[in-house]
Design a protein around this ligand. Structure first.
Ligand SMILES: [Zn+2]
Length: 381
């Protein structure tokens, strides 16, 4: 028999968290709130704030709250991010008896404060019922929404558990067991500036070169596990100047590392090939400066095989509640990608949040209770 979740307390904790202002890089207030709450009420064996703030630009570091548990059980961690997307000024939580929303002019912040509230409720329940549980670490990161910066700069040496769950996905009783790796690229195409009316033959349009290359690219869904996008483009200075430069930003994602590399290389090749053939076809034209191409590995993929011990633990925990768990593959990246890249086996658990990153964001109290029951079952399995 699992200890009972206190629904009213869970709702209050969640509301309080949502109404604390915490966009990316300004998580300090919510971090201070959590530190005081854990220190005064839940008495972790260790409270640690890392020194990532200097590198992320946040006003606080990542937080780790450690709880000693039954040494016979496998240590586990749970992770949530403390930051929210915007608009998040003066969030006012509305509750109609079933679901939480914002007043309509801001996001709600269930992404990811619903997860944080569930972890607080879990620790309260475990503590007041003295239920034996695994050694636990709760990891709260900064700057997830602006490029997983907190996770990328987390002090991994402090984490003892080798596996855990990120509470940061839609759905209930759903676990994400696969997520793609991503490359981000920046590209500068250079032409030659000239007066467009007086000396057009002295110029080469960077906009035209870029357009020719882009027209020959495969973008969007490339296959059942890969996507590509050029999301930003800028260039040119005036209508009477042949544009000298175009700047492009894009990304490639794939669940397969080889394909990620191949598709990224193919985009680079297409731009180089367009410029080379333009040179070949215009031998008398002004010389073209070289293009600039930069790729950075944004995050590695998440991939679990079916006999992963973490999934077995999850199944056991769900079975104890008489529920099935659905496995899902995601198209997005999150802190879990970075954790897995550091050797921490991290699956992503659905927490019931819906329409995230919009002012229609919502979450149902029943889904929050359900997920809290599940994580209690996981921690005590
Ligand atoms: Zn999130």
């Amino acid at each position: 028999m699992l200890p009972q979740v206190n629904a009213k307390r869970l709702a209050e904790t969640f509301t309080t968290l949502c109404e604390i202002y915490s966009p990316s890089r300004k998580e300090g207030e919510v971090a201070a709130h959590l530190t005081a709450l854990f220190r005064d009420e839940l008495h972790p064996t260790a409270i640690y704030e890392d020194d990532s703030a200097a590198r992320t630009g946040s006003d606080c570091g990542n937080l780790i709250f450690s709880f000693a548990g039954d040494p016979q059980r496998t240590p586990l961690f749970f992770n949530c991010h403390m930051d929210t997307v915007t608009p998040c000024d003066n969030v006012k939580v509305r509750f109609d008896g079933a679901s939480f929303t914002s007043a309509g002019d801001t996001i709600l912040g269930a992404d990811d404060k619903a997860g944080i509230a569930m972890l607080i409720e879990m620790m309260r329940v475990l503590r007041e019922t003295s239920t034996p549980h695994a050694p636990l670490e709760l990891i709260f990161t900064t700057c997830e929404e602006i490029g997983l910066l907190g996770a990328k700069n987390l002090d991994y040496g402090k984490i003892k558990a080798a596996m855990g769950l990120a509470l940061d996905s839609a759905g209930v009783d759903v676990v994400v067991v696969g997520a793609p790796a991503a490359n981000r690229f920046t590209l500068t195409i250079r032409g030659v500036a000239a007066h467009a009316g007086l000396h057009p033959e002295q110029g080469v349009s960077a906009i035209q070169l870029a357009s020719q290359a882009i027209a020959g690219l495969d973008l969007g869904r490339l296959d059942d596990e890969s996507t590509a996008n050029i999301g930003l483009i800028s260039g040119g200075t005036a209508t009477n100047i042949i544009p000298e430069q175009v700047l492009l930003h894009g990304e490639v994602r794939s669940h397969c590392d080889d394909k990620l590399q191949q598709y990224t290389d193919r985009i680079e090749w297409r731009f180089r090939e367009t410029i080379d053939s333009w040179r070949d076809n215009n031998p008398g034209a002004p010389a073209l400066p070289p293009m600039d191409w930069k790729v950075c590995k944004e995050y590695p993929s998440v991939k679990f095989d079916q006999n992963e011990p973490l999934l077995a633990l999850l199944n056991r925990a769900a079975t104890a509640l008489d529920r099935p768990i659905t496995h899902r593959i995601s198209g997005g990246g999150s802190d879990a990608n970075i954790f897995n890249g550091h050797g921490l086996k991290t699956a992503i658990l659905g927490i019931g949040m819906a329409k995230v990153h919009t002012t229609d964001e919502s979450i149902a109290i029943n889904d929050m209770i359900r997920t809290t029951e599940l994580i209690i079952s996981i921690a005590t399995s």
